[in-house]
Design a protein around this ligand. Structure first.
Ligand code: NAG
Ligand code: NAG
Ligand code: NAG
Ligand code: NAG
Length: 529
């Protein structure tokens, strides 16, 4: 029980998410080397003034990036940031201030070269914002207002800027008032804001964000039948993030029919799905991430078997925690055949699979395969000749006892077998040697902590690192060696006896010929004398 919980925890920890690949970097993140960061330790009092910045950089005209975070500030000096004439990136994060002081601080900020502004968790509300927006400079491209208490945001606020990315996530009960067209906007982030997605983003028949390509709506309420319609404003959307959304109209086979350019769709942790969409009008889809879908009744029905048939370009597929125990190998083959040539990454963690689906051996572009936490006992169908692009093969927490190195595609370097019940006999040595020969140090390190012998009794519980049987125990050619040694000895004996025999015979014959010779000699001597 304990080990199971532990294994689930571990499993959770090393699940790698493709979302991190495509998400937008926020201003001042990751912590930039050339960005001046001021925390409470570097402050001179509760008032934030020019002195605090000068203590970090003498000539404040050269400050391009400034971050103030995790500090108790009562007041900000009036128009402080406007003095930093070359400022292009400003981030205020986790500050608790007197109300309205942020307005004073940002006064005349439009005199700077500000292009990225982040006001994250600074107690901003709608009324402060209403005044603040007047100072937003034309040069502004990335505006982050997350983690505040904004309940009302009008597109008017950014209509005089070049804002491309707008982040209003983690506000309370946000209403977005769309009264002005913002052609510059490409990324809109409204996750966990209480925003209800039930409009097509139009005013009087024109699109408010005509160039919108990335839309984040995680954790919000979605009425798909109000937005997935003809002539909506989502024709240019490439990435759509709907993780943990509440779909008030269930997702069915016809869903996502009016997102013609959609390439990346994330719907992890959702509840209301009666059928996987067929994506008949969404043929450019590259990424489909549908992990942890609650109550998925994914039976191998005729419809379900054909559900990927339109996805001729799919490269990334994540279906963690789908219950696929009733799928047979042939049925999985039908399911994955349409995407077999294009998939680069596939994650079927915790799907109850009892063996590696045969179709996987035909996936020539596959680079990453994750089959964590299933009931797989062998590397079936895979070999040195298959999956020539596969580098990452993860099968932790399965039922693998032994590994035949001949079944590992040679390009694999990240081969995770943590938590499998290894049978520590001589037959395991080819696997150990394979890893050691390739110098896969990470795996060798993990042997000490996460790889254990399950059988036989005398090794049970020991780590794979400790499992070092005596060389003589594991010489597969032992019998031959012994036979060879015996044969050698025999040969030596034979050679010696033959030699002795030959020598004896020779000396015997020599004696005789000597005799005759002697006789001749005698004769000669006699003759010469
Ligand atoms: C901090 O600023 C406020 C408002 O500008 C001012 O009233 C107060 O005297 C300042 N406190 C100190 C210690 O400078
Ligand atoms: C959210 O705002 C709407 C009006 O926009 C209001 O009716 C509703 O009660 C609010 N909900 C919460 C939880 O504050
Ligand atoms: C969802 O949107 C459709 C179409 O606009 C509408 O008819 C329906 O009432 C909405 N459902 C809910 C629960 O709001
Ligand atoms: C491996 O992938 C590359 C492109 O990603 C592709 O050109 C190549 O054909 C693949 N290898 C095999 C053996 O299919």
């Amino acid at each position: 029980m304990k080990t199971k919980a532990f294994s689930i925890l571990l499993n959770f920890l090393f699940i790698w998410n493709i979302e991190t690949l495509t998400s937008v970097k926020r201003p001042c993140q990751p912590r930039k080397m050339n960005c001046i960061t001021i925390t409470s330790k570097k402050m001179h009092g509760q008032n934030f003034t020019e002195k605090d910045i000068k203590a970090q950089k003498k000539d404040i005209k050269h400050v391009k990036c400034l971050q103030v975070r995790d500090a108790k500030i009562r007041f900000i000096e009036k128009a402080l940031f406007s003095k930093l004439v070359n400022l292009s990136e400003l981030c205020l994060t986790n500050l608790s201030m007197e109300e309205n002081t942020i307005k004073d601080g940002l006064l005349n900020i439009n005199k700077t070269k500000l292009s990225q502004l982040s006001l994250d968790n600074v107690g901003l509300d709608s009324s402060i914002l209403e005044d603040l927006h007047l100072f937003l400079p034309k040069s502004l491209e990335h505006l982050v207002l997350r983690n505040n208490v904004i309940s009302f945001f009008s597109t008017d606020y950014i209509s005089k800027t070049d804002t491309q990315i707008l982040d209003l996530s983690f506000n309370i009960n946000l209403s977005l008032i769309m009264n002005r067209t913002i052609p510059s906007l490409t990324h809109l982030i409204l996750s966990y804001s209480g925003f209800r997605w039930n409009t097509t983003f139009q005013i009087n028949g024109t699109c408010v964000f005509p160039n919108l390509s990335v839309l984040h709506l995680e954790g919000n309420e979605v009425n798909l039948s109000a937005v997935d319609i003809k002539n909506n404003c989502f024709a240019k959307i490439i990435s759509l993030y709907l993780n943990r959304c509440r779909f008030i109209v269930p997702i069915n086979s016809e869903s996502f029919s009016f997102f013609p350019n959609l390439e990346h769709l994330y719907m992890n942790g959702i509840t209301n799905m009666v059928q996987l969409p067929t994506f008949s009008n969404t043929k450019n889809l590259l990424t489909l991430s549908i992990n942890d879908v609650v109550n998925n009744f994914f039976q191998p029905s005729t419809d379900n078997m054909k559900c990927f048939q339109n996805l001729k370009n799919l490269q990334y597929l994540e279906m963690r925690k789908w219950n696929m125990t009733s799928w047979k190998s042939d049925q999985l083959c039908v399911l994955f055949t349409p995407v077999a040539n294009t998939l680069k990454k596939m994650d079927l963690t915790s799907t109850g699979l009892g063996s590696i689906p045969r179709i996987i051996s035909q996936m020539n572009n596959l680079k990453t395969l994750k089959l964590n936490n299933n009931r797989i006992s062998k590397l079936d169908y895979m070999s040195k000749q298959t999956n020539k692009n596969l580098t990452t093969l993860w099968l932790p927490y399965n039922l693998i006892e032994l590994v035949d190195p001949n079944s590992i595609p040679p390009s694999v370097t990240n081969f995770n077998l943590k938590g499998n019940p290894f049978r520590c006999t001589c037959e395991l040595m080819p696997y150990k040697n394979w890893i050691l020969e390739r110098k896969l140090q990470k795996i060798v390190q993990d042997w000490q902590t996460s790889y254990h012998c399950f059988e036989p009794l005398d090794w049970k519980g020991k780590s794979l690192d400790e499992f070092k049987p005596k060389v003589t125990d594991c010489q597969p050619f032992n019998q031959y060696v012994i036979t060879a040694i015996v044969l050698c000895c025999l040969m030596v004996v034979v050679v010696i006896t033959t030699n002795v025999y030959v020598k004896l015979r020779k000396s015997h014959r020599k004696g005789r010929s000597l005799k005759s010779y002697g006789a001749c000699e005698e004769q000669k001597l006699l003759e010469t004398s």
